[in-house]
Structure formats: structure tokens, C-alpha cells
Ligand binder design. Structure first.
Ligand code: SF4
Length: 378
């Protein structure tokens, strides 16, 4: 590393370290050899004193684990459909906030300037100080229905999300994550009282593919199952990247896994555009996205959505009743054109459509089971 780059990175690291607090005790444990094991994500870093985790944002200092606190690198109101969530309060605004850093290093990351901070010298997103109260006050002022931790990987800052979500839940605002799903049972149990919904990015269905990104497949699959068991509403997105995750049978395996968990998991198959370190291939074609959509339907999933192709994929952005086929929610991109759902049901055949259609929190009390969501989801 050049001297200037080293100094710049050291300065940024010092600035970020000034915005940290002791981690939640539930998210690390003391080891017999004096190390601390972080349990905020499936890397489970074992940190000797003065060492940092793979994410570079959590570190061991003087017998305590420290984690980011008191800033945002991104803060804006997005349509909830942009996250994407299609079965959560359709047409509403989501106050979206993010910090810096990630536990993966995906070469096609769309938010790499913030996610790869301290890992890539060109990742130079700024940040601004703020409190959890400020985020929630902003949400109320903007009249949004939910607060979502997104842009960078929220698991590595789960304790900060907890601070925000505990305050948001009082009002009530629904709270969500947009995550790579590289979680642990410990962090999901920690988040369960305040996490209403989560979008999990199932990036591929091969260990080799996950190795390239800096993780493993199995913890992601386990996390999806764990979230369902804990009663967290789950939607899954797969960015279909030509030559990365479209090998014969791979999308079929993803769809089959999701269907084995529950046919009611919405699966978003979205188009890739060249970015960051992956500029060696064309964008995903509409025909490949349509094929991915068909694979999801053939696997038995009730709700499969084509993404990043507004208006170019026929009716594959819409929600239809899996029972009678009636059009329930018509969309174009992030825009809801029509919503005909009647209190979470099909107005034609009265079938319950799974999702989070209301703002109440009372439906978190009863765990659901993989293989069929329990009735607390509408
Ligand atoms: S969040 Fe993950 S990557 Fe970061 S220190 Fe903890 S276990 Fe390691």
C-alpha cells in the first residue's frame, strides 16, 4: 500500500473507531484463551486483544468487543418495493439507513463505496454523526411506515440497529433488514423482538460461488430457516448474474430449497448490471430473468417476481392469487399501480395472502415453522 493510502486509511479507521460503543453482551462471548468470539455473523471471528474482525468494523479492545455506533453513511426514504419487499406495506415509504463495512466482498456489489470501507482503498463513502433518536424522529417527520437497515450489511451493526428499532417500535414503525443472511442463531434471537421482516440475498447455490464472495452457503440457508422459525417475515432476492449463478440446475436448486421452506416465501429474481469489479459481462437479459421466474414457479413458489426490469417482463412484477389467479397487486418497477388486496385476502376467493400488510407488532409473539407460516402472518 502507498504511504498516502495507508495514512488515509488509518485516519478513516481512527475516525470510525471514535464512533463505536461496547457491543451487546449477547453478541460475543469470552473464550478461555482471552480471545472474544463475535457472534454477530457466521464468520464467528475469534479476536485477540487489539484485533479486528473480518468486517473490520468490530474489534477487541481491553477485554471488550466494540461495534459501530452513532453515525449513518446513507439515510433516505425509499419506496419499500425498492428494497425489495413486495409483501410488506405495499406503496409505503421506508426510512432507509446504512453504516459502513461488510462481512463479504462481492465483486458485483452495488454499494461497494460504503460496504468495502477499510477493505478497498477506493471505497471512500463519507458518514455523518447521528443518534438513534434522530433516525426515528426523521421517520416520523417523513411519515414513513417502516425503518430499514440497508446499504451495507446490517448484521455487523446489529446492536446499532437494535438501538434504532427499539425506539421505532414504540410508535409503531415496522423494522426490517436487507441482509446477506450470513447470520447466527444468536444474532437472530437477539434481533427477534424488533425485527419484523428481512430480505435475504441468496447469492447463488454453490459453495464455490460463496467462497468467491467471502462466505459459505450453509449458514445462509440455516438463517432463512431460523428466521422463519422465529416468526420474522422473509423475502429472498437473487441477483441473476450471467456466468456466476446461472449454471444449469443452480437456480432450480435455489427455488427448490425455498419451496421446501415455504411456498409463500416471495422470491425476487433481479437483473444484474455491470458494476464495481464485475464489468466483464453484459447485463442480465430479459429472457434469462423470465426463465428464472419460470423456474421459481415450476418449483411451486407462489410469489416470484422479476426485478430491475420495470415494464419489460410482462406481468411478472405483479402479485396474483395462488388460488384463483386474480390480479391482486399490479406494479411497474417500484411503483404500485393497483392494490386490490382486501385485508390481506384475495377479494375473489377470500384466500389469505401471506405478508405484513398492517403496521401492528402483535404478530411477533407466536413462532412460525418452516414448511408453512403460522397464522399470525396475514
Ligand atoms: S460481525 Fe462477523 S465479520 Fe465482523 S467481527 Fe463479528 S463475526 Fe467477524
Amino acid at each position: 500500500m502507498e504511504r498516502d493510502d495507508f495514512q488515509r486509511e488509518s485516519t478513516l479507521q481512527a475516525e470510525l473507531d471514535a464512533h463505536t460503543s461496547p457491543a451487546a453482551p449477547a453478541l460475543y462471548r469470552q473464550e478461555e484463551d482471552g480471545k472474544l468470539q463475535c457472534t454477530a455473523c457466521a464468520h464467528r471471528c475469534r479476536l485477540a486483544p487489539d484485533h479486528r474482525g473480518i468486517c473490520r468494523m468490530r474489534y477487541h479492545y481491553d477485554g471488550k468487543l466494540y461495534r459501530p455506533s452513532g453515525y449513518v453513511a446513507g439515510l433516505q426514504v425509499d419506496p419499500i418495493e425498492k428494497k425489495p419487499f413486495y409483501h410488506v406495506l405495499p406503496g409505503s415509504g421506508a426510512l432507509s439507513f446504512g453504516m459502513l463495512g461488510c462481512n463479504f466482498h462481492c465483486s458485483f456489489c452495488q454499494n461497494w463505496t460504503s460496504s468495502q470501507t477499510l477493505r478497498d482503498r477506493d471505497a471512500l463513502a463519507g458518514f455523518q454523526c447521528c443518534t438513534a433518536d434522530t433516525i426515528v424522529a426523521g421517520s416520523l417527520k417523513q411519515n414513513v411506515a417502516s425503518v430499514v437497515s440497508t446499504y451495507n450489511e446490517p448484521l455487523i451493526t446489529a446492536d446499532w440497529a437494535m438501538e434504532v428499532f427499539e425506539r421505532a417500535h414504540v410508535h409503531p414503525l415496522l423494522c426490517g433488514f436487507v441482509s446477506n443472511g450470513y447470520a447466527t442463531p444468536e444474532v437472530l434471537e437477539f434481533l427477534r423482538p424488533v425485527l419484523d421482516f428481512c430480505n435475504v440475498d441468496l447469492k447463488c447455490f454453490s459453495e464455490e460461488g460463496y467462497r468467491c464472495l467471502g462466505g459459505k452457503l450453509k449458514p445462509v440457508l440455516d438463517s432463512i430457516e431460523c428466521m422463519l422459525t422465529l416468526g420474522i417475515w422473509v423475502e429472498v432476492v437473487t441477483l441473476v448474474v450471467p456466468g456466476f449463478n446461472d449454471a444449469p440446475g443452480e437456480l432450480e436448486q435455489s427455488a427448490a430449497f425455498l419451496a421446501s421452506m415455504s411456498a409463500d416465501i416471495p422470491w425476487h429474481v433481479t437483473a444484474f448490471y455491470p458494476t464495481y469489479k464485475m464489468t466483464d459481462r453484459p447485463p442480465t437479459s430479459a429472457s434469462l430473468i423470465e426463465r428464472a421466474w419460470e423456474i421459481g414457479k415450476e418449483a411451486g413458489l407462489h410469489y416470484v417476481y422479476a426485478g430491475n426490469m420495470a415494464g419489460r417482463v410482462g406481468d411478472r412484477e405483479n402479485t396474483c392469487c395462488p388460488g384463483c389467479g386474480t390480479l391482486l397487486i399490479a406494479r411497474r418497477g417500484f411503483q404500485v399501480l393497483r392494490n386490490l388486496l382486501a385485508d390481506g385476502r384475495c377479494p375473489q376467493c377470500n384466500r389469505t395472502i401471506r405478508g405484513r400488510w398492517n403496521k401492528g407488532h402483535d404478530n411477533l409473539s407466536t413462532p412460525s415453522q418452516p414448511g408453512g407460516f403460522s397464522s399470525h402472518f396475514q
